[in-house]
Design a protein around this ligand. Structure first.
Ligand code: SAH
Ligand code: SF4
Ligand code: F3S
Length: 470
């Protein structure tokens, strides 16, 4: 794809801002004060998309609410990664039939990864007739125009064409309050891991121009954001499509030069493309958190091959060894799938043994969920749910013990943390994050909110550390 076909033109972007203006004037002329509710499911990528939707909604004259029943416009921003995620959305759509009966003027929209699945958009078209607008991630930047069409025609609008995907800069954003911000540096995925739906719904890899990313991070730092996470399905392939001879490690180095008091994190990092250059850069850059999310998925070579992950157990272990050798304080987390089609107990136990060997600080563990349209969904899957659950429980037991052990080793130490929230536990009224993103429940003054501070770690359990501000 040529760059000019990937980048949405300024004229097109301006047109969308014009639609925002048109919608705002329409409400003004009716003396209406419309409210909108955006309900986001899924990963940080989707959260970032939800923040753009909210940004565009404010421009259209909406006030945001968390209460779908009362909202004039409800948007379900969906995730397709596992069956459970989809079922929840269909459940929510069912509930919305009642609010629509009470308020027939209510507009209901479904967007995000599920909307891009043909199977889903067909089902909505046929069986969920109260849904007015369906659009996939590819059409997100055209949301103002699509919403205008709904109000103008009062017909159902579907924008779900399969595309390679594009990049639209300059969409208004509503950030979370506080010190955390997400910055997408690239979109899409080319990897086609055999179990995964993402490449089908998010299109091919597209990297944002380095200057756009740098400007956004600089702006965030200037506005007081202190914990900034760079997002991509595989940040390690950043730049491959740019022809600039500039990779993710180069981007990290350049971001690190931005002055200020802040941390940079990133996710996710595919092991097949993780390089020594990346780890050396992380080690050298003072703003880059010494934290790595490196999803391994399985510890068995046959399963890794069937998953199309394109690395072996030994290669993964070597990456971890090198990363820890240049960053001894590295906090390492991972994703794991148990019960991939055809996985045996012995193979699942290879994953458990890898987890024991590596000593991850935390894991995100999933039971395999077949996704229609992916290669793995066609593979024979003889193990029973009960067997898979048993392997899964074993993995959790091993990881929970490891997390508790690693957390206990913090007790007595002093850690630099960023205070980022309040908790409902009066004994530890604040929450904070270490450089490695471990949760700390904190005794301290509320004036510390949003600040970096040194804390003494006084206790720990499997899930969190406890501490006192110094
Ligand atoms: N791009 C990221 C992962 C995004 S999806 C990466 O490659 O690291 C987040 C996690 O969901 C994956 O790492 C995987 O562990 C899990 N996952 C994806 N598809 C799944 C499926 N069909 N069933 C169960 N878990 C799945
Ligand atoms: Fe899915 Fe694999 Fe792409 Fe991650 S790298 S989004 S797991 S296909
Ligand atoms: Fe994210 Fe779910 Fe889509 S994990 S990319 S929102 S399928």
């Amino acid at each position: 794809m040529e760059r000019k076909e990937v980048l949405v033109s300024q004229a097109e972007l301006d047109r969308q801002r014009d639609y925002e203006e048109k919608i705002r004037r329409m409400f003004e002329s009716r003396q209406a004060h419309p409210t909108a509710c955006v309900d986001t499911f899924g990963c940080q990528q989707n959260v970032a998309d939800g923040q753009k939707l909210m940004g565009m909604l404010l421009q259209c004259g909406f006030t945001l609410t968390d209460e779908p029943k009362e909202a004039d416009l409800v948007i379900l921003n969906t995730c397709a990664i596992r069956e459970h995620a989809e079922q929840r959305v269909f459940g929510n759509l069912g509930i919305l039939t009642h609010s629509k009966k009470e308020n027939p003027e209510q507009v209901i929209a479904l967007c995000g990864c599920m909307a891009q699945e043909e199977r889903v958009s067909k089902r909505i078209k046929e069986s969920y007739r109260h849904v007015d607008l369906v659009f996939g991630p590819h059409a997100l930047w055209r949301f103002p125009e699509l919403l205008w069409q709904v109000y103008e025609t009062r017909k159902r609008v579907f924008a779900v064409d399969d595309e390679h995907g594009s990049i639209a800069e300059g969409i208004p954003v509503v950030r979370e309050k506080g010190v955390k911000a997400w910055v997408s540096i690239m979109y899409g995925c080319n990897n086609f891991c055999s179990y995964c739906i993402v490449p089908y719904v998010r299109g091919r890899e597209r990297s944002r121009d380095p200057q756009c990313v740098l400007e956004e991070v600089r702006d965030l730092v200037e506005h007081g954001y202190k914990d900034i996470t760079l997002l991509g399905q595989n940040v390690n392939s950043y730049g491959n499509d740019l022809d600039l001879n500039y990779d993710f490690a180069d981007l990290l180095s350049d971001i690190d030069k931005i002055p200020g008091e802040y941390r940079i994190r990133f996710m996710s990092s595919h092991p097949k493309d993780a390089t020594r250059k990346l780890f050396d850069t992380m080690a050298r850059c003072t703003h880059v958190a010494k934290q790595l999310h490196l999803p391994v998925q399985s510890g068995n070579d046959r399963v890794l091959h069937e998953m199309n992950r394109r690395y072996t157990r030994a290669q993964y272990l070597e990456l971890v060894r090198y990363a820890k050798s240049v960053m001894p304080e590295l906090v390492l987390t991972s994703d794991i799938i148990i019960g991939f089609p055809g996985e045996t107990e012995a193979e699942a136990m290879d994953t458990v043994s890898l987890v024991e060997e590596v000593g991850f600080d935390a894991l995100f563990t999933f039971l395999y969920s077949p996704r229609p349209g992916t290669k793995a969904a066609e593979m024979p899957d003889p193990a029973t749910k009960a067997e898979k659950q048993k392997w899964f429980d074993k993995l959790l037991e091993v990881q929970n013990a490891a997390s508790a052990r690693l957390h206990a080793a913090y007790v007595g130490k002093t850690e630099r943390v960023l205070v980022d929230g309040e908790s409902d536990d009066p004994a530890f009224p604040l929450t904070a994050r270490t450089d490695g993103n471990r949760l700390v429940r904190l005794k301290g003054d509320p004036s510390l909110m949003g600040q970096f501070t040194d804390v003494k770690i006084t206790g720990s359990n499997t899930w969190a550390l406890y501490g006192e501000a110094l």
